[in-house]
Design a protein around this ligand. Sequence first.
Ligand code: PBG
Ligand code: ZN
Length: 337
Amino acid sequence: MARVAAPDTRLGAGAGPWRPRRLRRNAALRSLVRETRLSPASLLAPLFVVSGRGRREPIASLPGHSRLSPELAAAQAAELARLGVGGVLLFGIPDAKDPIGRGAADPQGPVPSALRRIRDAGVSLVLAADVCLCEYTSHGHCGVLDGREIDNDATLPLLAEAAVAYADAGADLVAPSAMMDGQVAALRAGLDSAGHLQAAILAYSSKAASALYGPFREAAGSAPSFGDRKGYQMDFANAREALHEMELDLAEGADILMVKPALTSLDVLARARETFNVPLAAYQVSGEMAMIEAAAARGWLDRRAAALECTTAIARAGADVIVTYLAADLARWLAES
Ligand code: PBG
Ligand code: ZN
């Protein structure tokens, strides 16, 4: 007489053969099936540049970062290149500010000077320059004023002029961050008529009015002296509008579309990935880094693990390019792992 098999009560017997833990058993298996791998080559490191020589001013709100004069910025860029980081994104902090942010387009300003230094040093890095007026205006707003309003259309030629100055100095990418309507079209037209057909636009397309820019504004001395940026930066509650902004920038000629802050825009990034077939970037902003640094300094989380996790999540959501203050550390950690 045939023996009747005892009922199989093992996990999976009734529910199917799946045991996802099979592929988590050891590091080699986990690595084999890992879906997202960060590469230093896809990182852009922000650099803050000031005028003069031999200036290195540590930025209290951004541990490990300093305002650097152009030759020290070039040395830092060389170190980033050695680590395999993809590029640098330059921000300038001028000695003097005025109501229309004239310094932004000064060919002798910190950003063009640093760009020429880095370019002349022959380092293999993508050179990107942020294009905005807020670091250069006495009132700290991203555009010129008409009374207490920001005058969108009067700001556009000033942004275009700054972009041309950066392209003249060797920028591969110019990155308009002022959130003025039509800024990408204005930059494209300005660049083309100056002969810079090859200069690409990294558009801050979906940039939210965020509390997470606080440390940056301390670094750049660019906090608005009155009001806030909610009249031009996006409401962080809006995802459909974010996609619309990206559509507009693409139509205006943007080469890369960026979302910002990264960690609060992962849904936008994932939806953009399915909608657009151009490279996408995400900016892990100063406040995102500050949260990690401050908690790590208190021993509340593991700095390296938290940084790798947050940055990997940004890539997983769809970012091809990540702007991050942690670029140098990430590159070192990725080389070790
Ligand atoms: C300038 C600019 C800002 C950031 C990037 N470009 C500041 C702002 O909009 O206030 C934020 C970057 C960061 O917080 O790391 N418009
Ligand atoms: Zn600005």
